[in-house]
Ligand binder design. Sequence first.
Ligand SMILES: C[S@@+](CC[C@H](N)C(=O)[O-])C[C@H]1O[C@@H](n2cnc3c(N)ncnc32)[C@H](O)[C@@H]1O
Length: 208
Amino acid sequence: MNKLAQKKYAPSTERNREPILNVLTGCLPDHGTILEIASGSGQHAAYFISHLPNHYWLPSDPDPENRNSISAWWWDIQLNNILPPLDINTRDDVWPVENISLPLPVAAMVCINMIHISPWPSTIGLMKGAARILPPGGILYLYGPYKTGGQHTAPGNELFDINLRSRNPEWGLRDVEAVADIAGVHGLNLVKTVNMPANNLSVIFEKE
Ligand SMILES: C[S@@+](CC[C@H](N)C(=O)[O-])C[C@H]1O[C@@H](n2cnc3c(N)ncnc32)[C@H](O)[C@@H]1O
């Protein structure tokens, strides 16, 4: 099979991967499996795991074409601490990761650029899943553009929000406070937010 033919390229991943990795290395547990939700092309997975030799990376995406792309990136890097991608849709009540054995238990979850490009129930499902899967002290790391206090933080974010809502009225930038509230309902406490380049935020939660 020509794995290159299945690879997708998301240019934004090459811009944001290093700043994200810098935050991740400061907040991830020392070891364990990191479950990535909404891995998209798989470029983040391939880059991050090359820099996290003490962890396993478990990518996932509900889109079969994305899972093919993730597999193609995996094929390219040939590291044995990246696991085959799972078909996880956060809106499902049970995720496939709950029924398999892993080399190390899930210690953290990472979800980059999904919350604003999916309906709100996807975020609720993400929090429910994190509550089921993460151990006490486990980390949920989110990245993306957010509103704060109901306000956009930059004109570019407001335009992006309008664009998203025109593509799907259920999409759009979320209030970071609303995301923290729904996380709290599911026992995930906001640890901190970190301002990131291009008016994005890292949002880090810890399971009670
Ligand atoms: C903008 S892409 C981001 C992909 C990647 N994380 C990145 O930053 O390049 C949004 C991703 O969210 C995934 N997605 C949308 N709804 C989802 C859901 N309910 N559960 C899991 N993934 C979802 C899509 O399949 C897509 O891969």
